[in-house]
Design a binder for this molecule. Sequence first.
Ligand SMILES: C[S@@+](CC[C@H](N)C(=O)[O-])C[C@H]1O[C@@H](n2cnc3c(N)ncnc32)[C@H](O)[C@@H]1O
Length: 213
Amino acid sequence: MQNDKLHSYIEGLIPERNSLFMEMERFAVENKVPIMELAGIETMLQILRIQKADKILEVGTAIGYSALRMAEALPESTIVTIERDVERIQFAEQFLMRSGRGEQIHLIKGDALEVEELVRRQAPYDVIFIDAAKGQYKRFFELYAKYLSDDGLIITDNVLFKGLVAETEIDSKRIRNLVKKIDDFNHWLMNHPDYNTVILPVGDGVAVSKKKR
Ligand SMILES: C[S@@+](CC[C@H](N)C(=O)[O-])C[C@H]1O[C@@H](n2cnc3c(N)ncnc32)[C@H](O)[C@@H]1O
């Protein structure tokens, strides 16, 4: 309860976004597109500013909301972003075109597990942001971590999955399996020998992994 109040308080303090972003946020609600939660994305953008990321790889574009927010927060950066859903790709392309930031964002159309060659061509990346199929996080991480720059960060969204990772009783078998995959990923990530990871309980849970030097 207290947390919900604080969450609403923090969200209420976040200034309105520009009209295109507000339209995308409404579009996402109306069409059930799971874009990153507001407090989560604001946290991530601040980390990216501190990191001064020039090149970012995003796994999971959806309609291009987070890609465009990153491009606006870091106007000198290039974002390479991957999406496999044909309909979402079309919406993303329209929003990118309207934003006037299309040049900054390279949209790779296809399954993230099958487009490694295209991703490799633009490596290394200062930040890799994983926000696609939750059951596949470990595979995305393992596939693309090799293209991270030496000082790079890997940011993973939804690692607390609406708090369900801390629940012991979940009725739906499908959700229970997904929660187990996320929980396994979190344990694996927190104990990864090559990364220091912290899980921030903002938005849907954001893991920030810093490559050890
Ligand atoms: C949570 S949404 C991304 C939201 C976006 N990052 C934002 O905050 O605006 C996840 C997206 O990842 C896509 N996706 C899931 N698995 C994928 C895969 N293996 N390859 C490419 N895209 C994938 C889904 O189609 C979906 O649009």
